[in-house]
Structure formats: structure tokens, C-alpha cells
Design a protein around this ligand. Sequence first.
Ligand SMILES: *Cc1c(COP(=O)(O)O)cnc(C)c1O
Length: 360
Amino acid sequence: MTTVVDLRSDTVTKPTPGMREAIATCEVGDDVMGDDPTVQQLETLTAEVLGKEAAIFMPSGSMTNQVAVRIHCKPGDEFLCEGGCHIYNYEQGAFAQLSGVVARTIEGDHGVLQPDQLHGTIRAENEHLVRTRLVCLENTHNRGGGRVQPFAHVAAICEWAHDGGLMTHLDGARLFNAVAATGIAADEWSEPFDTVSVCFSKGLGAPVGSALAGPAEMIKEARRHRKCFGGGMRQVGIIAAGALYAMQNHRERLTEDHANAQILADAVRATEGIQLLTAEVDTNIVFIEIDPSLGTAADLVTMLQNEGVLTLAITPTRVRAVTHLDVDTAAMRRAAEILSRVAESLASGTKPEVGGVVAY
Ligand SMILES: *Cc1c(COP(=O)(O)O)cnc(C)c1O
């Protein structure tokens, strides 16, 4: 019995021995009182890496995003975002529930917006209308299949936003994947944005946590709202230590995850009945489209699961596989071989007995 290859998400990683050691030995204090040196070290490093004045640690990327919306918008305000983005699709519309803010979505090409698609979207000052206040972008784009935003588009959109009096926020849950894929530094990617959110619990492999970075005044405001949203934590150096270790040790190795994603992408290209959503796989997310003549995405997921490869069906025809720290090249080769075999088996008429994990 070989071990399971878990490609459901890059959130499934377990802390490495070195990370556990860092967690076990870190110094802690009451962070709500500003006393936790490990949190402070993490916040300082994160701000520095992102080229911002300050950063604040929070339990999740949903919270950093929602706190960002809260500091940029008032009730009755609107933000602009791409239609497939995480803030709009996967955070329960928390901007509406918690902040009285509405979103206006614009459909991109696998998560990528053309700058001119935004032109004309800033509403006039008129008592009938919500006020347009903010643009949110996502890099890399999760539902876009891990796509890296074209740098020139990002710069042009942010320039347009600032010229129009809007604020800009980057959901950079996987920003370090964009850095690894392009060689463009994190502070360059972040420069056009007022605030930037990054996750330590995705490809970086920490058990918990995200940070929001930006100007010191805004991060001071964010601290207030974090408390309001229930995210003020006490001896939280215990988890910040994992995130700090990840920032110090796991950023460069993301290129390994990208190389492993290419192994799977090549297997998809070489197998009939399945294909890649986009011609190229940019980072660590592989979206596999299944021809309906073979079966559904859930069928493919179930067949893979029976062979010890875990993935997610994210639409009736689409399966997501994500590479990460806990999947080495040998495991990836095995998963790629199983994928080809399973797709061929479906093509020859085999049907799985039970439904797989469906996440849409
Ligand atoms: C995972 C993710 C988040 C944050 O998710 P949490 O589970 O709340 O930490 C935000 N944006 C994107 C694009 C993500 O993939």
C-alpha cells in the first residue's frame, strides 16, 4: 500500500520537523497587548518583503481580505473585482454580511482582466448610486487555474484606479507562487497596491495564518477591525512561528511545486479524453477538464481516490489538482501515471461505484 498523494489543495501540508522545532521553541507574549516578539518578527519581515510600512498577522486569508475591504470601504460603498475571485466567491459575501459593502464583478479571462474592461465602471456622485471605492485583484488567480497576472495589466489597473480616486487591494494568497514563477520580486508586485494580503498556510506550508500589509496608518486601522472581527489573539507566536519559518525557508522552493505541476500537466496533454483548462500551467494549480463522454469530474475524482490520489471536482467537468511541499517528484510521477491510467479506464467504459468529493 503506497501512501496517499493529496492534491486537493496546497493547504493540506503538515509542518516539517524544522517548523515544529521553531514552533516549540519560539518566544511568546500577549499579542493583543503588543507583547509577542515572534508575531512582531513575522510582521516586520512580511512588511519588508512586501515593501510596505507595516503588516499585521491574522488567522486566515478571508479575514485579511475582509479587513482590507472594511478599511477601504464604508457601508453603501462598492468594490470592483474579477468574477471568479476568492473575495467574491469563497468568503460567503462577508463584505456584505460584515461591512455593508457590495461587489461589482467583471468577467476576466481565467481570472485576468484587461485594464480597459474597468474603464467606465466608477459610478458618478449621485444619491441613487453606491460609491465605487476599491479595486481588488488576485495573484495568482485560484479559480483561474493558478494563473499569474500579467505585470503590465496589474500596474495599469492600479494606476487607473488611483487616478480615479479608488483604493487598491491585492489578494496575494499565492503571491509567492507568482514571484517564483516570474522572478518579479514580491515588493514589485505589491508596489501598485495600497494593501496586500498574503497566506502562510498555502504553498508556504505553515499550519495557520495570513498577513495584511500596507501603510502604517491603514494597518493601525486594520488592527482595530481585526479585533472587531474576532481575530485578536493572545500568545499567537505559537502559530506565527510556523509562518515565520515558512517565510524564511519555503519561498524559494515553490519552484519545485511548479515543476511538479508540469509533470501532471504533461500527463494530461498526453492522455485522450482529458485536457488542461489553459494551454499552459503557470504555477502549482492544474485544472483538468474531462470530456463528458468519459464521465463527470466526480467520476474522475472517485477513480483517482480509489488509487490513492486525492483531487477536487470544482465544476461538473473540472478537476483541480494542486502541488505542494508534501508531494515530492516521485509521488507526482506516480500520480501522473495513475491519472493517465484512470482516464483510459473511464474511456473504456469503467464507472466508479461511489461519488467523489464534489466542491462546487
Ligand atoms: C485560500 C485563499 C484565501 C484565504 O483563505 P483562508 O482559508 O481564509 O485562509 C484568499 N484568497 C485566495 C485566492 C485563496 O486561495
